[in-house]
Design a protein around this ligand. Sequence first.
Ligand SMILES: NC(=O)c1ccc[n+]([C@@H]2O[C@H](COP(=O)([O-])OP(=O)(O)OC[C@H]3O[C@@H](n4cnc5c(N)ncnc54)[C@H](OP(=O)(O)O)[C@@H]3O)[C@@H](O)[C@H]2O)c1
Length: 316
Amino acid sequence: MTQKTVLITGCSSGIGLALAVKMARDEQKKFKVYATMRTLDKKEKLEKAAGSTLGKTLEIKKLDVCSEESIKLCVSSIPDRKIDIVVSNAGMGLIGPIECQTIEEMKTVMDTNFFGLVRLLKEILPDMKKRKSGHIVIISSVMGIQGILFNDIYAASKFAVEGFCESLAIQALKFRLQLSLIEPGPVITDFERKVFEDGMKMDLSAADEETADMFTNIYIKNYKQIFQVLGQSAEDIAEHAVTVILAENPPFRHQTNTLYTPVTTLKYADPNGDLPIDTFYKMVFQHDKIFSASLNFVKLLRWRSRKSFDLRKASQ
Ligand SMILES: NC(=O)c1ccc[n+]([C@@H]2O[C@H](COP(=O)([O-])OP(=O)(O)OC[C@H]3O[C@@H](n4cnc5c(N)ncnc54)[C@H](OP(=O)(O)O)[C@@H]3O)[C@@H](O)[C@H]2O)c1
């Protein structure tokens, strides 16, 4: 069995870190992992988690998805530039009313989440096409299928990713390349913490009173509970990703959270698109007490099946 070369972006924390370590620790040493991050100042956490795999099946490299030069340097440093599996994971979130966000902040999200993937593939795809082999794995989101209140720009960036991949997948098939979108729901990582903290300190003065109140007293108020009830761990997502990578016929789309599937199913159930929007509206503005009670019920079920997460423990 030949060892497969894997390049993963955004490995300083969360899903990228968990996936890099999981693949590097594979008992049969099926993978040689290039775990990349935009600044090596943050490598300590990964080094610790990698343990004895460091320098053997796991190597840490610098790669900033917002810099073509950084991507080129990193890819060129890999023997024969041969990457069998690329995992586009680097990403960031942004929540809040658009009136309170600057265009610059929005552009940074698009630049990282969408153009980051495009830059990466511009460098890696030609080699994969030449070899007629390769698997492109993208950590997308359920928000690439269905938008959520106050996630306008983040959802737009993941929709862009999904549209780009749907289009590219047809061409990829001609070159015998595989392309898979992993679509997690809420995951308890630094992402969740950073987005929440930014939301908490957001200057809402540019929004009208009703919008500011909706953001603070509905969205922010329920944020932690949604993550606590529905949230998966980074290790869960890594396990799903590895299953997709090892599959004989990897799926184009893979949702990781069965608790979230009913929400995304609404999208496909109504070609007019009204069903998910009406449902979210009613859930948030009309039946908020039922929604909150359902979350508590799911929490209880997860606790009983010993699958609930301690928010603090899981994000450490
Ligand atoms: N957490 C969730 O609820 C959730 C749900 C669905 C999908 N996702 C997706 O999962 C992916 C990973 O997120 P996560 O939850 O693991 O969050 P995370 O712990 O914050 O990890 C994000 C990673 O992306 C890196 N990154 C940001 N900008 C970058 C750049 N320009 N170049 C290279 N790396 C960069 C971060 O590096 P720094 O440490 O330097 O910032 C970090 O390593 C993202 O694409 C996210 O959209 C997350």
